[in-house]
Design a protein around this ligand. Structure first.
Ligand SMILES: [Zn+2]
Length: 384
């Protein structure tokens, strides 16, 4: 028994197939409908592209910021199943910090602006992964957490975000503030006991934070999304149009754009994230959600994606002679994903627009809108 891998097109034994979320899990793809769960992707592609293609998109400055902002819109306090994401700023130079050999310090922000410094193994090969070294998680590292407020709710939010954000690493967690009244040998719940080196590191970080002079090097890669757009076109195109999609020139172009080849410009038609598509993002977006639209226009089906009403990209999927059991050619298609709520709604484009514009309410989206109002009330109740 064999299958042809969607991404590398090689014929592989079924034993090498893996579960692929056509829409990556960080965008809420685990909750997407069944037709977005693919089995024709080999394990090698799944791992490699997850790391290098999804990873470089997810960890780019634009996306990591937008995802953090989106999550806040559906977060209504500590103790929920999902904490808030952290924002990675980038490598930071702390003058008085004695870093162990081959390590770097990376600056992150917590949900209330907490300073978080992760001291981890450096790796130049993963230069563009602002957002942390994805391959050396199992190596020893230390993360320092400096709260910004005594407010117990804000503190708990920050602590939960830190623990969740670093749970896949082997990082020791050091609480960067003296805790009054704690017996010796104890620290804040969920944190590790600091040693003397930790104490001086915390002091060096705090001095810099208090002086307001902590500056990270923010790396920008303006092509962070190109391979990701090709991967999304292939995976969503196949999920919606099936095997006939794979025979199209557009699928072939997306597949060639998926792999790194600096000397070759694949013929993928569309417009990348950095182009000015603000109008599209406004119309085709949803507060705090990832929206995937498929529209029939100009003889083709075109896919657009937005993130929290921003960062839009557009890519041509296939000729409109293809058909999908999931899309009414006259009405178009939309999928709205809410990763923070672990929910998703699939509906026609006119139904989405009618709801967004207030003409006709969609029951599932209305329930989600209520959650957003609860979150707004929560944020307004917090001390500044
Ligand atoms: Zn493959």
């Amino acid at each position: 028994m064999t299958f042809d891998c969607l991404y590398c097109a090689r014929t592989k034994p079924v034993s090498e197939s893996s579960l692929e979320h056509a829409i990556p899990q960080f965008l809420g793809g685990a909750q997407a409908p069944l037709h977005y769960k693919l089995h024709n992707v080999c394990r090698t592609c799944n791992n490699r592209l997850g790391l290098h293609v999804d990873g470089s998109y997810a960890k780019s400055w634009f996306v990591t910021n937008a995802m953090a902002e989106a999550a806040r819109k559906y977060y209504s306090g500590p103790g929920q199943s999902r904490s808030l994401p952290l924002t990675c700023i980038g490598p930071v130079n702390i003058p008085d910090l004695l870093l162990p050999k081959d390590t770097v310090a990376e600056y992150w922000l917590g949900p209330s602006g907490e300073s978080i410094i992760w001291v981890r193994t450096g790796d130049d090969a993963l230069y563009w992964y602002s957002g942390g070294n994805p391959t050396r998680r199992k190596q020893a590292s230390t993360v320092y957490f400096l709260p910004v407020t005594d407010d117990p709710v804000r503190l708990q939010m920050g602590v939960e975000a830190l623990i969740e954000g670093f749970k896949k690493t082997k990082a020791r967690r050091i609480f960067g503030t003296k805790l009054e009244g704690l017996p010796p040998g104890e620290t804040y719940p969920g944190f590790d006991l600091p040693n003397t080196a930790d104490d001086s590191t915390v002091q060096a970080i705090r001095t810099l934070v208090q002086a307001g002079s902590i500056h990270a090097q923010l790396h920008m890669n303006t092509k962070f999304d190109l391979r990701f757009i090709c991967k999304m076109a292939l995976a969503v195109g196949f999920s919606l149009f099936g095997h006939s999609y794979l025979a199209t020139a557009e699928a072939a172009a997306a597949r060639s754009g998926l792999w790194p080849n600096p000397s070759f410009q694949p013929n993928v038609r569309g417009s990348s994230t950095i182009h000015n598509n603000a109008q599209l993002a406004k119309v085709a977006g949803y507060d705090g959600a990832i929206v995937i639209l498929v529209i029939r226009t100009g003889g083709a089906y075109v896919m657009a994606m937005t993130l929290d009403r921003g960062l839009p990209f557009v890519v041509e999927l296939c000729p409109d002679t293809l058909s999908s059991g999931l899309i009414d050619p006259a009405l178009g298609y939309s999928l709205v994903l809410f990763p923070q709520l672990q929910r998703c709604v699939e509906l026609s484009l006119p139904d989405l627009l009618a709801h967004v514009l207030g003409h006709a309410s969609n029951a599932s989206l209305a329930a989600i809108d209520k959650q957003r109002q609860v979150a707004t009330t929560f944020w307004n109740s917090l001390p500044r």
